[in-house]
Ligand binder design. Structure first.
Ligand SMILES: *Cc1c(COP(=O)(O)O)cnc(C)c1O
Length: 393
């Protein structure tokens, strides 16, 4: 018998329920579902698409799919979706302007994992490097720098959330003896501010720094800027070394996920071959979820670049509309160029309670994702106005 031949024995029925729930547990599940459905109605403060339909993928949930290890290397674990994962990566490589021979990457558990991965590569390349990141950087980064035990300095942010270039320049200049690792935000969490990667690259050249690394955190904007005319360059074209994009934010996914891409030659340096799973241990986790690549693939194939372009345009329109409506009731509301995040004064607690709005000190924001309607914006604005009247009364 040749080794590729199919085994004769079939496994036992794979789709039979493993047991039954009691009526009480059935009710518990129904309640949980009703809760999720209801909460999705007032989900306006987070940059995640609020609804989607991936029902053609439900059948995959009956199998122990695992994309363990390097998506580019073969594995002895064959219940996987890695071929689809590679197609997803190729799509993102084209989107971020890196050629097929030059990139490596994988589908992650979210933007955070991609950011850790980028920092990890930077540390392996430059163990003595110093990480620079603005004070408006996502909260997870400071913690992950501790996990990775990397030296770091926080840089001031401008009022709009963009990194303070003068502070960055001066700080790098003082520490010229160690390679700079710049963690650039392409869309900060609170104001969706975009750090100018081209300017940062130029700065490093001006300072005659021979070794440096730029990681780009494009959690949300990695899926908006490519589809907006005149948007700044932030990707491999602009000289970055790695990038992390969330999959469950703009694209939308029932499972948090994302994509990380990096220059292949960096990753080759950390690859280790593992006999047990017959693959390369280049990813951060061992077992990897094989459902997320299907979700991303399905979204990309069914909506396409044209679909995303239309979605982004509609989101920007709604953001402009929200700014206008909020200003009409005398709120100080604004948005960064190209942003779908609308920043305004922190509203009364009753409004935050009802609308799931994220706040930071005196600021609040909504993100006008695809699933948010103008009617919802109108209702939110009138709630904010009413709550203000209450406070005054
Ligand atoms: C959401 C976000 C992250 C974290 O991404 P997850 O996908 O939630 O892990 C990182 N950076 C920025 C700017 C974000 O908005």
């Amino acid at each position: 018998m040749k080794s590729e031949a199919k085994p004769m024995l079939k496994t036992t029925e794979t789709t039979a329920p493993l047991g039954a729930l009691s009526p009480e547990d059935e009710r518990r599940l129904d309640e949980m579902f009703a809760y999720v459905k209801e909460q999705a109605e007032t989900f306006v403060g987070y940059p995640c698409r609020g609804r989607f339909d991936y029902s053609p993928l439900h059948r995959f949930l009956n199998y122990p799919i695992n994309n363990v290890g390097d998506p580019f290397a073969p594995s002895t674990y064959r219940v996987h979706t890695r071929e689809i994962e590679l197609e997803v990566l190729a799509w993102f490589a084209e989107l971020t302007h890196i050629s097929a021979e030059q990139y490596w990457g994988y589908v992650t558990n979210g933007g955070t994992e991609g950011n850790i991965y980028g920092l990890f590569l930077a540390r392996e390349l430059y163990p003595s490097g110093m990480v620079y990141y603005s004070e408006d950087t996502h909260y997870s980064v400071a913690k992950n720098l501790r996990v990775l035990n990397m030296k770091h300095i926080m840089i001031k942010a401008q009022p709009n959330g963009e990194i303070d270039y003068d502070d960055l320049y001066e700080t790098i200049r003082i520490h010229r003896d160690v390679p700079p690792i710049v963690f650039a935000n392409v869309g900060t969490t609170m104001t969706e501010a975009v750090d100018d990667v081209t300017r940062i690259r130029r700065m490093l050249r001006e300072l005659a720094i021979p070794e440096s690394y730029i990681h780009c955190d494009a959690a949300l904007c990695g899926m908006t800027l490519p589809f907006l005319d005149g948007a700044p360059e932030y990707d491999f074209r602009a000289g970055i070394d790695s990038i992390s994009i969330s999959g469950h934010k703009f694209i939308g996914s029932p499972i948090p996920c994302g994509v990380v891409l990096a220059k292949k030659r960096y990753v080759d340096r950390i690859a280790r071959s593992i006999e047990y799973v017959g693959t390369l241990d280049t990813t951060l986790t061992g077992s990897r979820n094989g459902i997320s690549p299907l979700v991303l693939w399905y979204a990309i194939r069914s909506r396409g670049a044209d679909g995303f372009r239309r979605e982004v345009a509609a989101c920007v329109e709604k953001a402009k509309y929200a700014v206008r409506r909020l200003r009409e009731i005398g709120m100080e509301a604004w948005r960064n160029p190209f942003a779908i995040t609308v920043v305004f004064e922190r509203p009364a607690p009753s409004v935050l309670q009802k609308w799931q709005i994220a706040v930071q000190r005196d600021r609040a924001h909504i993100i006008t994702m695809q699933t948010i309607s103008k009617e919802q914006i109108d209702e939110l604005v009138s709630d904010i106005e009413a709550a203000r009247e209450e406070v005054k009364a």
